[in-house]
Design a protein around this ligand. Structure first.
Ligand code: IMP
Ligand code: MG
Length: 177
């Protein structure tokens, strides 16, 4: 058995709080895109739980796709240089695209991705992030749909990891220094 290296703090967001907010976001997207189809693009791997939950709260014709990106650098800091590890399977031209992300921190990853995807001329492109850490923003970018604003703490659970662990927690917690 691997030794546990991190000390988790109390629960920040419970399963119930997350589920309720995800349902609200899904309903809002359903209203905003009434009569249209949407393509949800999940950013692997952190967005997986959020993606599977929110897609079932959107009452529209929904397609999904995934991208995998990595920012060069350490495990708890974004370097701003983004590498595409897995690109989309399909063309997004003329589609209503919503990027589904776990957390917006510096914003550098999403700023890069937004520019990258806009070149493919989608009909529209919005960002839906479960968590937002506005205090850490360095890129000039805002999400269109935000689940919760969080303080400058290192968050884990419900998709979010530290060293690839804790993604499977059904709630959201944070790592003590
Ligand atoms: P950004 O480019 O600084 O906005 O960071 C983007 C990525 O860094 C997120 O998609 C996460 O994968 C990761 N990240 C940022 N903050 C946290 C955190 O508090 N916990 C876990 N991952 C994080
Ligand atoms: Mg991520």
């Amino acid at each position: 058995m691997a030794e546990k290296k991190y000390d988790l703090s109390e629960i920040l967001l419970t399963q119930e709080q997350i589920a309720a907010r995800v349902a609200e976001l899904g309903a809002q997207i359903t209203r905003d895109y009434a009569g249209k189809d949407v393509l949800l693009i999940g950013i692997l791997k952190g967005s997986v739980p959020f993606m599977v939950d929110i897609m079932r709260k959107i009452d529209l014709d929904v397609e999904i796709d995934f991208m995998s990106v990595s920012s060069y650098g350490g495990s708890t800091k974004s370097s701003g240089v983004v590498r595409i590890l897995k690109d989309l399977d399909s063309d997004i031209r003329d589609k209503n695209v919503i990027i589904i992300e776990d957390i917006m921190d510096s914003g550098l990853t999403l700023a890069y991705l937004k520019g990258y995807l806009l070149k493919r001329e989608p009909a529209s492109l919005r960002i839906c992030t479960l968590l937002d850490k506005p205090s850490r923003r360095t890129a000039d970018i805002k999400a269109d749909y935000i689940g919760f604003e969080v303080e400058d703490k290192f968050i884990v659970g419900y998709g979010l990891d530290i060293d690839q662990k804790y993604r499977n927690l059904p709630y959201i917690s944070w790592v003590k220094e």
